[in-house]
Design a protein around this ligand. Sequence first.
Ligand SMILES: NC(=O)C1=CN([C@@H]2O[C@H](COP(=O)(O)OP(=O)(O)OC[C@H]3O[C@@H](n4cnc5c(N)ncnc54)[C@H](OP(=O)(O)O)[C@@H]3O)[C@@H](O)[C@H]2O)C=CC1
Ligand SMILES: CC(C)(CO)C(=O)C(=O)O
Length: 311
Amino acid sequence: MNIVMFGAGALGAYYGGRWAEAGQNVSFLVREKRKKQIEEQGLIIHSVAGDYQLDHPKLIVDPDEAEACDLLVLSVKGYHLNETLPILKKFVASGARVLPLLNGIEHIYRLQEELGEEAVLGGLAFIIATLDEKGHVVHTSESHDIVYGPLHPSQENLCAQLEQVMQNSNMKGNLSRMISKSLWQKYMFITAFSGVTTAANLPIGRIREQEDTLLLFRSVLHEMATLANTFDIDLRDEDIEETMSRVSGLSFEATSSMHQDRRKGLNLEVDHLQGGALRLAKQSGLSLPHIETLHALIKPFESGNPTTGTK
Ligand SMILES: NC(=O)C1=CN([C@@H]2O[C@H](COP(=O)(O)OP(=O)(O)OC[C@H]3O[C@@H](n4cnc5c(N)ncnc54)[C@H](OP(=O)(O)O)[C@@H]3O)[C@@H](O)[C@H]2O)C=CC1
Ligand SMILES: CC(C)(CO)C(=O)C(=O)O
């Protein structure tokens, strides 16, 4: 399959690397600085699932230089979405479909609006990966899963091809027949997980020890389930309980990528995640007081600052 990874950060370099390792034709659409870093340091994956170095990665900076593309995998942060739209439109006009891996949900609606419903598949990732100082991927979680599925009937064939690609690669792919629900389930979890760990500046183990703080976590899940219901997504009490039991199973030091970014003083996806939920709630006339409070507490750290990011 001809695959373009839009963004070669932690997710883009990891999954793009895995698919190239499996023999797919993968290109990486990157900006100049990242291109230079990969040229100098290599595209290298350090992973609990096995290390890998991709020799001669195909790096493109100008989208007009891209070869034919069947699937464009969007792996940028939420705050970069706007600037990707004109480029995505070019790829879609040449026949590509887009698989976004971002956390959240607002981008799915936005991409569908901008690119057309046929062009946008549903996708999300369960992995803990980051880039080290050399720009190498460091993958530390047992999971390296992508859940994906059709959001439009015309995408069935591509999903079937993608299933083959994933089965033959060193990663896990799960084709979901209810991808909209899967997206909202992850969104519910990540809004609470990133919101509470980042606002408290604590890993999940410390959150679990405090009954009141754990109750806040549960209240955020409830608000997200109510929001999902207004979008005709059937999230129920049992989904909340399942999420809470997953949270009980996390290691003491486990934390969200947003909290790790706060510790490092990097930009945060708070507008995309918690802010997105508030915007969608407003459209439906819903109030989400717990999420609103978390959003307000995290906002001062949104633009990153190594001196204010406390370790
Ligand atoms: N990391 C993780 O463990 C997980 C992340 N996610 C989600 O996946 C998404 C991506 O996260 P992650 O991979 O960690 O993020 P990273 O910050 O590691 O990577 C994002 C990459 O996108 C690139 N980018 C942004 N805009 C452009 C552009 N216009 N052209 C080319 N490249 C661009 C950035 O490039 P540049 O270097 O030039 O800035 C950067 O390398 C997020 O929504 C995150 O929440 C979900 C599950 C787990
Ligand atoms: C929880 C996790 C690591 C799951 O992939 C995640 O998506 C995040 O923290 O951003």
